[in-house]
Design a protein. Sequence first.
Length: 218
Amino acid sequence: MGDKVKLYLASDSTAQTYGQSEAPQAGWGQFIGNYFDEKVEIYNYAIGGRSSKTFITEGRLANILDEIAKNDYLLIQLGHNDSTKIRPQRYTEPYDDYKQYLKQYVQGAREHQAIPILITPVARLHYVNQEFLMDFGDYCNAMKEVAEEEDVLLIDLMKQSLAYYTSIGYEQVKELFMISVNGTDCTHFTEKGAGEIARLVAQGVKSLEINLSNKVLL
C-alpha cells in the first residue's frame, strides 16, 4: 500500500460523481482516474451547489481533513457557486472571503502534510459573437492571488478549457454540455464533456512537474 497515492477532490457539480439515473450528466471527477496509473486512488467529495464557503460550513472540508494524510493531494476547484449573490448563504466576495476560504483548504491540507492544488473554475458554454467568454473572472484572479500569496500549485482550468473550446468550435463544444440533451444547461457536462475536462485537469497536473505528474497517463 505504500506506493498508493490518494487524490481528494473538493469541488462542485462540475466535478461531482453522478449516478446512472442522472446520466448522461457527469462531472470530471468521475473520469479523472482514467488518466492516472493504478497507484492513484481518487476520493471525490465534489457535490453540487457548494461554494468555497458552504463546502466548509457543511463540514465537507473537515471530512476530507479527517482522512487526508502525508503526501496525499487535495484538488480544490470552487468558484461557480461563490458568485451567486441571490444566495447569500453561499455567496463570497472574490477578493475578500473567497480568498480566506481558499486559504483554509490550503492550510488544512498542509497541516496534514498533504499537497494542495488550486484549480480555477472550468469554463461554462458562454458563446457570444463567435467567441467563448470567460465567466468568474474575479474568482479566477483571486485564486491566482492565493496561489501566489501561499505558494500553492495552480492549474488554470479556465484558461485551458477556453483554449480547448476554441480549438474544436461551438458545435463540438455544445456536445460536451447538457444543453445538447435538455436545450438549456450550459454549465453541466455530458459524460463526453466530463471526460474531456478530466483530461485537461490531468494535463494540468502533468505540467506541474511534481511527483504526481509522473503518474499521469498522457
